[in-house]
Ligand binder design. Structure first.
Ligand SMILES: Cc1cc2nc3c(=O)[nH]c(=O)nc-3n(C[C@H](O)[C@H](O)[C@H](O)COP(=O)(O)OP(=O)(O)OC[C@H]3O[C@@H](n4cnc5c(N)ncnc54)[C@H](O)[C@@H]3O)c2cc1C
Length: 361
């Protein structure tokens, strides 16, 4: 028997895959109908497809809230880079419904669901009974401490309000107006998710972002429909994720894109291998390079001054057609390779980029 702890998207996906070969028990501490999720809910079409989800199927209607075709990205001084990837390049999802959808898929494939918290009192018993234990507890690292597992060492803190705002339903907006990350406006239906991540004080930054949007006349109703806070682990390429019969997966193993904070697709991709003998080797060969590239992109962006970032936006704008053709939230390497192979882009990039690029590795 395999025990999976945590029925977020990653735990439910792991449980479903394991059920092909094993009896599986899936534990979840939250009452499913009331569960609190922390997410902007933006997932690429390619990511959903990779997870085996057909966006046109009737069952996916329960969680798909909106389809977006591109992004309007603003540099620190307000230069606009508009990327139009074509219809429904990415989807906005209702995370509570999405998590329940994946949980039901697991249950339908024969997984036994137990709505119970796993902690110091019952973990030894569960380990004894299990051939394998999969830890998919997200950013709750209580079991890591009990079992002496490595905890990711760097985090961002996210804050998000849902509010009515005047915006284009087909484009997400990203603003490079906070240190070491960005703010977002993600259109849902008659309202949007307005949020950001920072290393500290996210609420102060978010309130000042909202004030700015009010000043621009985009928010007339100040009512906050929903508030959302959470932490995002920054991918640690050296993190150990396999300890004998224990495998760690998803946010619990920092399998998150450091450039965007997105962890659903990466975690669920790793989850497919969680019951295998060489889980660590397999997930690294599938997504390790991609996660590392996102980390390098994040480190690079963090080192740029606002002026450098403005310059980078101008350069990217000049190469917009490459971004529109090759850009994909979940496969950064595709766009990266296309840009690197473009001599005009590379010549300008290397000319404008100071030496600190070389000490990122
Ligand atoms: C503000 C914010 C915005 C984000 N936006 C996006 C986005 O737009 N797109 C994207 O891809 N990602 C986004 N993310 C990241 C995304 O939410 C996570 O990567 C994703 O939820 C990871 O899934 P998981 O299953 O590993 O963990 P979780 O979704 O956290 O699930 C873990 C589950 O384990 C349960 N659990 C924990 N401990 C125990 C225990 N001891 N016993 C039993 N059950 C337990 C929890 O209740 C929970 O249900 C965002 C994160 C934040 C904070």
């Amino acid at each position: 028997m395999i025990s999976v702890i945590g029925a977020g998207p990653v735990g439910s996906t792991a449980a479903k895959y394991c059920s092909k070969r094993y009896d599986v028990v899936l534990f979840e501490s939250q009452v499913v109908s009331e569960r609190r999720v922390q997410c902007a809910g933006l997932v690429s079409r390619s990511g959903l497809e990779k997870m085996g989800i057909k966006v046109s199927s009737s069952s996916s209607k329960s969680f798909l809230q909106n389809g977006v075709r591109g992004a309007r990205i603003f540099s620190p001084s307000g230069n606009l880079l508009e990327v139009d990837g074509g219809k429904n390049k990415a989807f906005v999802i209702d995370r509570k419904e999405f998590d329940n959808y994946l949980l039901n898929m697991a249950i339908d494939s024969g997984v036994e669901f137990i709505n119970e918290r796993v902690n110091g009192k019952n973990i030894d018993e569960i380990i004894k009974k299990s051939e394998k234990l999969i830890i998919a507890t997200g950013t709750n690292y209580e079991l890591h401490k009990i079992l002496n597992l490595k905890i990711p060492n760097r985090f961002l803190i996210g804050a998000q309000y849902e509010m009515k705002i005047n915006c284009d339903r087909e484009f997400v907006e990203l603003y490079f107006n906070v240190p070491e990350f960005f703010s977002w406006i993600i259109p849902v239906d008659d309202h949007a998710r307005i949020g950001l991540c920072t290393r500290k004080n996210p609420i102060r930054y978010l309130n000042s972002f909202i004030k700015k949007l009010e000043g621009d006349g985009r928010i007339s109703n100040k009512k906050i429909l929903n508030r959302n806070f959470g932490i995002i682990p920054i991918y640690d390429p050296k993190i150990r994720t396999q300890y004998g019969k224990i495998a760690v997966v998803g946010d619990a193993a920092s399998q998150v894109k450091a450039s965007t904070g997105g962890g659903i697709v990466m975690g669920c991709t790793a989850a497919k291998f969680a019951s295998e003998e060489d889980y660590e080797k397999k997930w690294r060969s599938e997504i390790g390079r991609e996660l590392y590239l996102h980390l390098l992109i994040r480190r690079f962006l963090n080192r740029l001054s606002d002026k450098n970032l403005d310059g980078l936006f101008i350069l990217l704008n000049e190469n917009k057609e490459i971004i529109e053709k090759e850009g994909d939230m979940d496969i950064a390497s595709k766009l990266f390779l296309a840009l690197v192979k473009n001599p005009r882009f590379m010549a300008k990039f290397l000319f404008h980029t100071p030496g600190y690029i070389y000490d990122m590795f």
